[in-house]
Write a protein that binds this ligand. Structure first.
Ligand code: NAD
Ligand code: DAU
Length: 339
């Protein structure tokens, strides 16, 4: 099979490329990424010389480029990770989120349809369901929970999901959608809560906690997300949505305190700052469908996964320090001579 992975120089896409290249040496994995600020080819170092891996630089929203690529490559499967992914950035620049997340998805759908892709998989998020109250721990997001978005980011992801499902209903395209909770693990860009707090704590810098730190996220190790997507592509039913999550709810304050304790740093580094506008209170996934229909089970609890993740950031300081210094953006030039 020839599999197009878009956004494979980002956090989850990069982990997915590692997973697929190593697990399926007989498949060809093509990584298409625009290398925005969030795209980092240093993440692909462990696989860049493998014969079943190749990289293409390009924009999923560039229709002529995408159509040419699909005509040339004849992909069997498309897995779309490429997106603007940071909620805070969507508050300052919503237009870019419409361009990449909505228009880019629609261009990929048109190309997949025109060139007979056998499975189009859309990587989506639990944020499309909005949020849950903090005082109702009995409530969870199921696949039937209505779309009710809060941020420009989640609105753009929900719009993309609706296009994907419309292409199934209208054109009979073989699509699937997955909606996962918050991921953590190796190669996570240090603007997001966990890698931000680890890198700042190691530098003895203050840790900015929004509001009172009471908001709850449902954390899943990125390798459990990759395994779930692999399963959905191979065994999932077309036209269906699958929620992915492992029942690992933590308040932000609990997460930050866990990191400080593991690094032996004082809680006095915590600094409460102005809350995120429209800040979602609680996310919590009900994963019954993917567990019962596809047999998926996460390998990591938050306690085991966060310990390994903190160790990874300690062992791979060059990776995130190159991001903080800006050096990572030269890697494309070094590897591909700017081509
Ligand atoms: P990320 O920001 O780390 O990576 C996004 C990648 O997409 C980057 O490599 C970037 O260069 C690339 N990209 C951006 N615009 C592009 C364009 N126009 N054309 C081609 N490539 C482009 O994001 P992530 O955290 O790895 O998230 C990946 C996907 O998973 C996103 O679709 C996101 O909505 C979804 N998701 C993320 C989480 C999470 O917790 N991080 C949870 C659920 C779903
Ligand atoms: O739920 C899935 C989503 O998880 C994905 O769709 C998004 O792409 C991904 O970025 C993530 O969104 P969040 O907004 O939940 O992640 P973030 O790491 O930005 O924030 C996690 C929580 O921590 C959130 O409640 C806001 C808070 N926070 C975040 C930052 C960056 C802070 O308190 N301080 C911070 O500096």
């Amino acid at each position: 099979m020839k599999i197009l992975v878009t956004g494979g120089a980002g956090f989850i896409g990069g982990n997915f490329v590692h997973y697929m290249v190593n697990k399926y040496p007989e498949d060809q994995i093509v990584n298409l990424d625009l290398l925005t600020y969030a795209g980092n080819l240093e993440t692909l170092k462990p696989v860049e010389d493998k014969p079943n891996y190749s990289f293409v630089k390009g924009d999923i929203a560039d229709r002529p480029f995408i159509m040419d690529l699909f005509e040339k490559e004849k992909f069997d499967v498309v897995v779309n990770f490429a997106a603007e992914s940071h909620v805070d950035r969507s508050i300052t620049n919503p237009g870019l989120f419409v361009q990449t997340n909505v228009l880019g998805t629609q261009v990929l759908l048109d190309a997949s349809r025109a060139y007979g892709v056998k499975r189009y998989h859309q990587v989506s998020t639990d944020e499309v369901y909005g949020d849950l109250p903090l005082d109702r721990p009995d409530l969870f997001f199921t696949e039937e929970t209505p779309i009710h978005t809060s941020s420009p980011y989640s609105a753009s992801k929900a719009s993309a999901d609706l296009f994907v499902l419309a292409y199934y209903r209208t054109f009979g395209m073989p699509v699937t959608v997955s909606r996962c909770s918050n991921n953590y693990g190796p190669y996570h860009f240090p603007e997001k809560l966990i890698p931000l707090m680890i890198s700042r704590a190691l530098a003895d810098e203050s840790l900015p906690v929004y509001g009172k730190g009471e908001n709850v996220r449902d954390w899943l190790h990125v390798s459990d997300h990759c395994a779930a997507i692999d399963l959905i592509i191979r065994k999932g039913t077309v036209g269906e949505v699958y929620n992915i999550g492992g029942h690992n709810e933590r308040t932000n304050l609990e997460v930050v305190k866990t990191i400080l304790k593991a690094l032996g740093k004082p809680e006095s580094l915590i600094q409460y700052v102005t809350d995120r506008p429209g800040h979602d209170r609680r996310y919590a996934i009900d994963p019954t469908k993917i567990e019962s229909q596809l047999g998926w089970k996460p390998q990591y609890t938050f306690d085991t996964g966060i310990e390994m993740t903190i160790q990874w950031y300690l062992d791979n300081q060059d990776w995130w320090k190159h991001i903080l210094s800006g050096e990572y953006s030269n890697y494309f030039e070094k590897m591909y001579g700017g081509r």
